[in-house]
Design a protein around this ligand. Structure first.
Ligand code: MTE
Length: 307
């Protein structure tokens, strides 16, 4: 597998979590889950004030257990620690993705075929959830731009709409109208074509676990994690900005969802975050630390208003 370490991330993959950090993290996740069980959008992290003494000097990768044991996937449950168990019924093979809309050659692509055609690269990226927690994840993925080149977008393609599978027999959560299903996300065509934007197919060199959005999910490292839509079955290029899920849930969510510590978003301030595994909060960075790579996409746009 080819390895592509994103320079922008400035993350040191060599640093491995030691046993004591790992153990204190399990306790932390246990407490966090107690808060999370209380409601769909409850923020356990801001309720948690203690500081840990063994703060790592630099960012380190989150462990496999953290990445695959603490998940947001509302098609299963709002309980982050229940998702991994519930998602075992997903059965993500075979799986196809339809790519159509404003393109010259629409296609239905089989994901296993896609994996043979494009060699996934390792891409280490931060994931910052609007709930105030973050992780550093060694994904395996394919640049979205490479996939979109296959279908040749027309000049009318200004946005890309992504949709998750709709299947209440597999996604128990879809049996209730807790959210407008199917989960839908969107990007501008410039965001979709940016080299940092990719479709993830694995983590730590293994196939993407069901709870992380098997077999293929979007990752947009400079945006809040909810933009990184899981278990995608449709990618459609469109002229108009798509109506996405979260702005329908609440007016507190906008289309762009760029990580911005200056602008309140969702249920409040986004100035600080808790890296899973740490108790002491850290400052959130503009564009999640990827400003050098992506700020030009928003030239002339007031980021505090266009949220
Ligand atoms: N995609 C779908 N289809 N359903 C979801 O509930 N949750 C989002 C995003 N993608 C979600 C989704 C949110 S809120 C976050 S923070 C990330 O997935 C979490 O990804 P992870 O569980 O792999 O950490």
């Amino acid at each position: 597998m080819a390895i592509l370490i994103q320079r922008a991330a400035a993350i040191r993959p060599s640093e491995i979590t030691d046993e004591s950090v790992y153990r204190s993290r399990r306790r932390f996740l246990g407490r966090a889950a107690m808060f999370a069980a209380g409601g769909l959008l409850l923020d356990p992290m801001t309720a948690f004030g203690a500081e840990r003494q063994d703060q790592p000097a630099a960012e380190q990768l989150n462990s496999w257990d953290e990445i695959t044991g603490y998940n947001n996937f509302y098609e299963y449950s709002p309980d982050k620690r229940a998702v991994a168990v519930l998602a075992q019924n997903l059965n993500p093979h075979p799986w196809t993705v339809r790519i159509d809309g404003e393109v010259e050659s629409p296609r239905v692509i089989d994901v296993d075929q896609m994996l043979r055609q494009f060699k996934p690269q390792q891409r280490i990226a931060r994931l910052r959830c609007v709930e105030g927690w973050s992780m550093v994840i060694p994904w395996d993925g394919i640049a979205l731009a490479d996939i979109l080149q296959l279908v040749r977008p027309t000049s009318r393609a200004r946005y890309v709409r992504f949709v998750t599978l709709q299947d209440p027999s597999r996604f128990y959560g879809q049996r209730r109208a807790t959210m407008p299903w199917p989960y839908t996300e969107g990007l501008t065509i410039a965001e979709a074509m940016h080299p940092l934007t990719f479709m993830a197919t694995g983590i730590y060199g293994k196939p993407l676990p069901n709870q992380n959005g098997a077999p293929i999910r979007l990752v947009v490292p400079w945006k809040y994690g909810f933009k990184s839509i899981k278990s995608v079955v449709s990618i459609r290029l469109e002229e108009q900005q798509p109506l996405t899920t979260w702005p329908q849930v609440s007016r507190d969510y906008g289309f762009y969802a760029n990580v911005n510590p200056r602008a309140p978003y969702g249920r409040g301030t986004q100035s600080r975050e808790t890296r899973i595994g740490e108790l002491r909060k850290r400052d959130t960075q503009l564009f999640n630390g990827y400003a050098d790579q992506v700020a030009h996409l928003y030239a002339g746009l007031d980021l505090d208003k266009n949220v």
